[in-house]
Design a protein around this ligand. Structure first.
Ligand code: SF4
Length: 348
């Protein structure tokens, strides 16, 4: 049997600056960063980026930058490590399980909040097996309504593995919904094969949540991958992260929203950056984020405007950041109303 095209693409990822024809100074600077945070750029994004343009919104997301070595932030900004209830299974919310099924990705995003797993001295997490999922669901005594497959990139697992993992979740009474959180439509769109889609279709209701941050990422191949999912009756939502210098302008957010809607995808959420080590240079001040989304909402279609959310560590929850949710801004953050109505300090 011939090798699937996506595996060939995966084998051609760029892992160092030498392939990019950059100045020796920039190459050296990138190599210093790579010693701590490796680099991987799949052919799809290499085709779309302009490595020589310091403002290219794709290059900024995927090429190592010296700012990553600045101190600050936490290894585990969401405190996930304290919420494993089985190998690879995180329960931070009462009704949802997040399941880590793969610890690698076709692209190593510079803003990733799980950089702790793939940095050079990082310890990749244990991955969940179908048995771990079943046990975690049993332990949760029927309270879990949604199971989310994540990673790393869950779609780097084979169709057969994914089928088994989804079956383990689906086989438990009370689980209503399955979700896959994947950046494959951005980084490896030919992974969305007819075979994969046929298998996913059998597990409906299943929602596919993807992660486009800029309109430039949505080319013909990406649109084709999204269309395949939708044609099979799998709804696709987008979860973006607000990133300084990449999508923190009205125009960039509007263009992203329009490109997503044209591809049939709802711009669902826009997250404030989690304060992960090696990512703080992407942080957009909360005040600016709130103003941007309010302007977008006021001027453009509601369909185009995502919910601005902050993910608070531990059980703090995903809090919608609206002007009324903010009590007061202070120098290094803001006091906001948490999901339970309590006042919480959000560092930003
Ligand atoms: S694809 Fe997701 S998990 Fe992988 S590096 Fe990017 S943000 Fe992190």
């Amino acid at each position: 049997m011939s090798r699937p095209a996506w595996k060939t693409e995966l084998a051609s990822c760029i892992t160092g600056p030498e392939a990019l024809d950059l100045s020796p100074r920039r190459e050296q600077a990138m190599n210093r960063v790579i010693q701590r945070y490796p680099m991987r750029v799949p052919p799809q994004l290499a085709r779309l980026m302009d490595a020589s343009d310091p403002l290219c919104p794709i290059a900024r997301q995927v090429l190592p930058h010296p700012d990553e070595l600045r101190s600050g932030g936490q290894a585990d900004p969401l405190d996930e490590e304290n919420f494993f209830i089985a190998p690879g299974v995180i329960r931070r919310f009462d009704d949802r399980l997040l399941v880590l099924v793969c610890n690698t990705c076709p692209v190593l995003c510079r803003h990733c909040n799980r950089k702790r797993y793939w940095k050079s001295d990082g310890k990749p997490p244990a991955l969940a097996t179908p048995k771990d999922i079943a046990e975690a669901l049993k332990k949760s005594a029927g309270r879990i309504k949604e199971v989310i497959l994540s990673g790393g990139e869950p779609l780097l697992r084979s169709d057969a593995d994914l089928n088994r993992l989804l079956m383990a979740a689906r086989g438990h009474a009370g689980v209503e919904l399955l979700r896959i959180h994947s950046r494959a439509p951005v980084s490896l769109p030919n992974r969305i094969t007819p075979g994969l889609v046929r298998m996913l279709r059998r597990h409906r209701p299943l929602w596919f949540v993807t992660h486009f941050n800029h309109a430039k990422e949505i080319d013909k191949q990406a649109s084709h991958a999204l269309e395949r999912l939708q044609t099979a009756g799998i709804p696709v939502l987008n979860q973006a992260v607000l990133l300084k210098g990449i999508n923190d302008s009205l125009k960039a957010l509007e263009d992203l929203g329009r490109a997503l809607l044209t591809a049939g995808v709802k711009p669902h959420t826009l997250f404030q950056l989690d304060r992960a080590e090696g990512t703080l240079h992407f942080q957009v001040p909360l005040k600016k984020a709130v103003a941007l989304v309010a302007k977008l909402r006021a001027r453009r279609s509601g369909l185009l405007t995502p919910h601005l959310l902050a993910d608070l560590p531990g059980r703090g929850g995903k809090v919608p950041i609206t002007p009324s949710a903010i009590e007061t801004f202070v120098e290094n953050g803001a006091w906001i109303k948490g999901s339970d109505g309590k006042r919480v300090f959000y560092r930003c």
